[in-house]
Design a protein around this ligand. Structure first.
Ligand code: DX5
Ligand code: ZN
Length: 217
């Protein structure tokens, strides 16, 4: 009963035209948008924060914003992101000493909660929290940059989660495109972030449809 969803990451888009790039992705058949927030501490890169989300929200009133919070202090931005109009707040378990509290605060702020792990973090650390979150994120690259090579050795994490938690939404992020999405789907992922593969393609609509077809095969 799980639905498969494709959510472009706009990290490699023309960020000076963010609203129109987001609209272009939605017009091309995306199910949601994956927005990568980086603070230069948790990852060695900087992107944008809640002020940008606040400007984006009225231009894309009904689009689901999945905020991928690659920040060292995730609890610091929960209120601001909720006010800005974020729908889901996905934090990294590596950044908090009390994930249950972080999840509770996200939900109290009215957002869905996602919890993610970097490639070097073992999957079992997620287990105690899965019943309390809406989505689990398995990174398939080291977070920080778009356009990196997909790490197929993360698939056992996805398989483990799917086996033990048949109903949870599992998102994969990093290097996901036409040549790698099938193994993600077979492992049990049902939410697919795709950045450069969609953004850099000549026709994002065709690419997104191709991704969908591979998943539904
Ligand atoms: C990486 C980000 C990803 C990335 C995906 O730190 O979390 O969302 O932008 O881009 P691709 O699909 O190009 O790996
Ligand atoms: Zn991401």
């Amino acid at each position: 009963n799980r639905t498969c969803k494709i959510g472009p990451s706009i990290l490699n888009a023309d960020l000076s035209n963010l609203a129109s790039e987001c609209q272009r992705m939605m017009d091309s058949g995306s199910d949601y948008l994956h927005l990568d927030v980086m603070d230069g501490q948790f990852v060695p890169n900087l992107t944008f924060g809640h002020p940008v989300v606040k400007c984006l929200r009225p231009k894309l009133p009904s689009v689901f914003f999945d905020m991928h919070m690659m920040v060292a202090a995730p609890e610091q931005w929960i209120g601001e992101m909720a006010d800005a109009g974020a729908d889901q707040y996905t934090f990294h378990i590596e950044t908090t000493d009390d994930p249950a509290r972080t999840i509770r605060k996200i939900k109290e702020a009215g957002m869905k909660a996602g919890i993610g792990i970097k490639p070097k973090t073992p999957v079992h650390v997620l287990v105690p929290f899965i019943d309390y979150v809406d989505m689990v994120l398995i990174m398939t690259v080291e977070p920080g940059f778009g356009g990196q090579k997909f790490m197929a050795d993360m698939m056992p994490k996805v398989q483990f989660l799917r086996e033990h938690f048949p109903d949870i939404d599992i998102e994969v992020d990093g290097g996901v495109g036409p040549s790698t999405i099938q193994e993600c789907a077979e492992a049990g992922a049902n939410m697919f972030v795709s950045g450069s593969a969609v953004l850099n393609s000549d026709n994002p609509r065709v690419t997104i449809q191709a991704l969908r077809n591979i998943v539904n095969e």
